[in-house]
Ligand binder design. Structure first.
Ligand SMILES: [Zn+2]
Length: 183
């Protein structure tokens, strides 16, 4: 006897370690680099207190400390990385924010905020107040059909190694998400 599909907890099936490995691979395809100074002379420095798979690092160049998510839009979020990865996956399947919210058992407005950020890449940079020598504008809003600044977006994506994540970025927005959820 099979369980009904809606009883499957997707995020419970996802491996945290693999999600972080995936994230690192996309963010730093040629090895970890310090987000502060760009140095590749970086040593591992334990793991996050609450997320045991989230690697911390120490930079030998500038003595700065950072971790897998530092400087990305994911850093300040309470949702585990696996939920973001799933959200991205479901966006790629053309699901609306509401459908994604239902699949993941999340609040629709929370999912909308997540999909908006994911459209610029899984590890797109957070508004960079601390980073030096570089001006980051993260107000660029990538939606289907928007031809505003593809060069800037592509450049940013390439630098973050996140280009592959954006394939489904524009697909999921249905335009119905402003309405009240009946869930
Ligand atoms: Zn550094």
């Amino acid at each position: 006897m099979m369980a009904a599909p809606d009883l499957v907890n997707l995020s419970g099936l996802i491996d945290d370690a693999k999600c972080f490995a995936l994230l690192r691979q996309h963010r730093w395809p040629e090895g970890v680099r310090c987000p502060g100074c760009g140095s590749a002379s970086v040593v591992r420095d334990g793991h996050d207190d609450t997320q045991p798979r989230r690697q911390r690092y120490r930079c030998r160049g500038c003595a700065g400390r950072f971790d897998d998510l530092t400087g990305t839009v994911l850093a300040g979020h309470h949702q585990p990385l696996r939920v973001w990865v799933l959200c991205l996956y479901l966006m790629g399947l053309n699901l609306s924010d509401r459908q994604i919210a239902r699949e993941l058992g999340l609040d629709a407005s929370g999912v909308q905020a997540m999909t908006e950020q994911l459209r610029s890449g899984l590890v797109a940079k957070a508004p960079a107040v601390r980073l030096e020598g570089e001006v980051e504008i993260d107000e660029i809003y990538v939606v289907a059909g928007h031809k505003g600044q593809p060069a800037a977006v592509a450049k940013r994506g390439a630098r973050d190694g996140a280009a592959g994540w954006r394939e489904g970025r524009a697909a999921a927005r249905s335009g119905r998400t402003g309405h009240r959820s009946s869930a």
